[in-house]
Design a protein around this ligand. Structure first.
Ligand code: SF4
Ligand code: SF4
Length: 100
């Protein structure tokens, strides 16, 4: 058994093991107008500020991988066009934190 305090000296992969997801079948994240992403948002900053890399620009469209959302709420305020509707996942779904 390691005498290191839990959480210290762990790799990212080991830390990520402390997070589990129970994804809903319906997304709790909605891009309201995909045309705005394509035509009015050259920086596509959601692909940068989201810590879970939920938003991925795929050549001509935005892909929203809602299943990996960490529920930080940043996309509520981060989109310069207020083009993301974000709600908490339905009860019992979403991210699950385990104590290390
Ligand atoms: S920041 Fe908002 S408008 Fe820009 S690409 Fe992302 S969701 Fe679309
Ligand atoms: S709430 Fe946070 S983790 Fe979830 S999609 Fe928005 S920015 Fe990403």
């Amino acid at each position: 058994m390691s005498d290191q305090p839990k959480g210290k000296g762990q790799t990212i992969e080991e830390k990520q093991y402390l997070i589990r997801f129970k994804a809903d079948t319906n997304s709790h994240l909605h891009v309201l107008d995909y045309d705005i992403c394509a035509t009015k948002c050259p920086d596509k900053i959601c692909t940068i500020f989201c810590p879970a890399e939920v938003y991925k620009w795929e050549e001509i469209r935005m892909h929203v991988g809602y299943e990996g959302c960490h529920e930080c709420g940043s996309c509520r305020i981060g989109c310069p066009h207020q083009n993301i509707k974000w709600e908490y996942p339905k009860g019992g779904h979403g991210i699950i934190f385990r104590l290390g």
